[in-house]
Ligand binder design. Structure first.
Ligand code: DGT
Ligand code: CA
Ligand code: CA
Ligand code: ZN
Length: 567
């Protein structure tokens, strides 16, 4: 509302009142909606006057605010993105809207490239040039890093920061610690009694482009490609409280603070305090004691999303969430026969180095012609080769004869059943016809699940993180059918897929479906992507028993009927 008021030329005093009010509500230690429902007088909160209190109540109770709706009609809300471009304020944004119909970043770029902005009175070629340059910053800042991209930066920062003698302890909090699939900014937390030295050291990190803000205990910078990194320095006695607070999520913290309040305590980033005597710290040095005070076990960061972690049922899983060391095999990977970079033998050697007991070779089927997908003849030949390699081994490692078989646009399987029957492991995928209507895509996947030759569905929703949405599929029908037919659903560990996602994985496991976590490796180094699948599985509350490839090789053979005469 403040942004829209500013765009519409409202006076500065009123705009500031809304900005201050928004900040006051954002910083509250409880949900403003709950306060309003409980009949609390919001004007007792610093920064909220009677007008704001009244409007907040209307917004919370009815779900909308007439004044806001009216403003949204007068001023396109996307103008706010334009205001984020350094050097473009509300006045410039509004003039470009009125005179050039520029209403978002894309139309701003087009207007600049057509030279229209330069010809506006009071703008000129120089302004237009600087807008174009600064736009890239605004566009990139809006992007989130995938978890593997974040890891590259984390590793460099970790090495660099631990070189500073004043740093006693360091950890990464925020969405990174929660293992979210994308990261908006990095939050570094440091223990030190010499804030100045830590911040000076941080300021000299080679990739820093700009310092956004610097205070006594915190500092925000932009590094290469406009990514933001926040640093906070805390005292040892507040470490746990700060780590807990800055790990979030905000929703988790709001819930936790509510529980503390009901027990007469107050939690903030410095510690847990007696609500009646805030000089009395009850805990703060470690996270465990904070959770213990509200009567709950320590919550693994991956689960801190206020999606059930406060319930006893979920808490029983906390102690036994899946870990990378539980994984015994990998049932989806490619070789030089199609679009992989390594041979079967090379994949086997790399898998052994990583402590695996079995892998499935699942090259593409012929429909994926770009990857030189295998037809029946080439598949059978590859399986003969696998038999040979298995025959020569000491029996401790098993290669499953597999295939990633396309589900064709018309629902048929790309490989004939007579051939599929001879495989140890068939995982079915959709790569073509992803834009078909919901009904059709769902039927294709259900058809594959009903085929007795098929064991699993790979990357079941087809999404590519930040690049392509999931296809339109009735996933509950897929989960139900997988359960009925005893089939497996994949959690593809590739950080640009992570498909199933956390929420869908929870749904599959809750329905009693066993999942399989695979790397879909196209090169030996990709076998290391398994850890991202594990993180996503932990976010879904998954324990080893929920996952097929935690089984030792003997159990896996029995489960899949490998080497049994009847198959
Ligand atoms: P991101 O960076 O968008 O991927 O997500 P987060 O969760 O890392 O969010 P971020 O970096 O804004 O803040 C880190 C954590 O700090 C967040 O999860 C909870 C806490 N936090 C930050 N700002 C606030 C705030 O204004 N109010 C509350 N209650 N918590 C906050
Ligand atoms: Ca963050
Ligand atoms: Ca942050
Ligand atoms: Zn694949």
């Amino acid at each position: 509302m403040a942004d829209l008021l500013e765009l519409s030329g409202e006076n500065a005093f009123r705009i500031r009142a809304y900005r201050n009010g928004a900040k006051a509500i954002r910083d509250l230690h409880e949900s403003v909606a709950e306060l309003i429902h409980a009949g609390t007088d919001l004007t007792t909160i610093d920064g909220i006057g009677s007008t704001l209190a009244e409007k907040s109540a209307v917004l919370v109770k009815s779900g909308n605010l007439p004044q806001l709706d009216k403003l949204r009609k007068e001023v396109p809300p996307t103008l706010r993105d334009i205001m984020q471009v350094p050097g473009v304020g509300a006045k410039k944004a509004m003039r470009m809207f009125q005179e050039l119909q520029v209403f978002d970043l894309a139309s701003l770029r087009a207007a600049c490239e057509a030279g229209q902005v330069a010809s506006l009175k009071g703008f000129g070629a120089k302004t237009q040039q600087s807008i174009l340059q600064n736009m890239q910053i605004a566009e990139k800042a809006a992007q989130r890093l995938t978890i593997d991209q974040a890891d590259l930066l984390v590793e460099r920062l970790q090495n660099y920061m631990t070189n500073c003698n004043a740093v006693q302890r360091l950890d990464f909090a925020g969405s990174y610690r929660r293992g979210k699939e994308t990261i908006g900014d990095l939050d570094i937390l440091v223990i030190s009694d010499d804030n100045e030295s830590v911040m000076n050291h941080f300021a000299s990190f080679s990739s820093i482009q700009e310092t956004i803000a610097r205070g006594d205990t915190k500092m925000s910078v932009r590094v290469t490609d406009s990514f933001q990194v926040d640093l906070r320095v805390v005292a040892e006695k507040s470490w746990g409280a700060a780590l807990q607070y800055f790990t979030g999520s905000k929703e988790h913290n709001v819930h936790l603070r509510g529980l503390a309040k009901a027990k007469g305590m107050k939690i903030n980033e410095y510690g847990v305090f007696d609500a009646n005597d805030e000089t009395k710290a009850l805990a703060g040095a470690d996270e465990e004691s904070i959770y213990a005070l509200v009567g709950m076990p320590w919550v693994p960061p991956e689960l801190r999303e206020d999606r059930g972690e406060f319930e006893a049922v979920m808490q029983r899983r906390f102690q036994s969430l899946i870990q990378l060391s539980n994984i015994r095999g990998d049932l989806h990977m490619h070789t030089v026969a199609t679009d992989g970079e390594n041979t079967i033998e090379e994949m086997v050697a790399a898998a052994k180095v990583r402590g695996l007991e079995y892998i499935a070779i699942t090259d593409h089927s012929k429909r994926v012609s770009m990857a030189r997908g295998l037809d029946e003849t080439r598949l059978l030949k590859q399986w003969e080769e696998i038999d040979l390699i298995n025959g020569k081994s000491d029996g401790k490692f098993l290669i499953l004869k597999g295939v990633e078989c396309d589900i064709l646009e018309d629902g048929r399987m790309d490989i004939a059943d007579g051939c599929l029957e001879q495989a140890d492991w068939v995982t079915a995928s959709i790569h073509y016809g992803q834009r078909q209507p919901r009904e059709q895509i769902t039927q294709r996947i259900l058809g594959a699940l009903e085929n007795p030759c098929v064991h699993a569905i790979s990357h079941p929703t087809g999404r590519l993180i930040s690049r392509r949405d999931a296809y339109d599929v009735d996933l509950s029908a897929v989960i139900e059918s997988a359960k009925t037919h005893g089939k497996y659903l994949e959690l593809n560990a590739n950080p640009s897929r992570l498909d199933l996602n956390d929420i869908n994985t929870t749904a599959a496991v809750a329905a009693g479906v066993t999942i399989v976590i695979n790397t879909d490796a196209h090169a030996i180094s990709n076998l290391d992507l398994m850890k991202y699948g594990i993180t996503q599985a932990r976010r879904a509350g998954v324990v080893p028993d929920d996952v097929l490839n935690t089984l030792p090789v003997g159990d896996l053979k029995r489960r899949l009927g490998i080497g049994m005469p009847s198959r």
